[in-house]
Design a protein around this ligand. Structure first.
Ligand SMILES: Cn1cc(C(=O)NCCN)ccc1=O
Length: 116
């Protein structure tokens, strides 16, 4: 239906696993570009270029607010952060490199969770 279903929480084990990965990403030294929404005053073209902005604080609010139905819905938003980063930043830039590092870190944590 038109209205996106919201606040359908993940089952507890999935929620806890996603929360742990989010905790760890927020603590990573390369998370600084992704902690908050990109400042569109500092980067006026961002809104035009990036159709679906995403950041770790938004994911935190959605997770705690029960917006993710499954852990895979959570992973879609995480990957959106890194895809947006590649679109907007050169690979050989501080933010671009941080994005590649954080994606690799997430992929590793995600693989462990899905192998356990
Ligand atoms: C994700 N992202 C972050 C920035 C940034 O400079 N963040 C600084 C936070 N203090 C710039 C472009 C971009 O795509």
């Amino acid at each position: 239906n038109e209205k996106k279903e919201k606040s359908k929480p993940l089952i507890n084990k999935e929620f806890a696993a996603a929360r742990t990965i989010l905790d760890e990403m927020e603590l990573h030294e390369d998370s600084w570009p992704f902690l908050l929404p990109v400042d569109t005053k500092q980067f006026p073209t961002y809104k035009k270029v990036i159709k679906k902005p995403m950041d770790l604080s938004t994911i935190r609010s959605k997770l705690e607010g029960g917006s993710y139905k499954t852990k895979d819905d959570f992973s879609v938003d995480v990957r959106l952060i890194f895809d947006n980063c590649e679109t907007f930043n050169e690979d050989e830039s501080p933010v671009g490199r941080a994005g590649h590092n954080m994606r690799a870190y997430f992929d590793s944590q995600w693989a462990d969770l899905n192998s356990s």
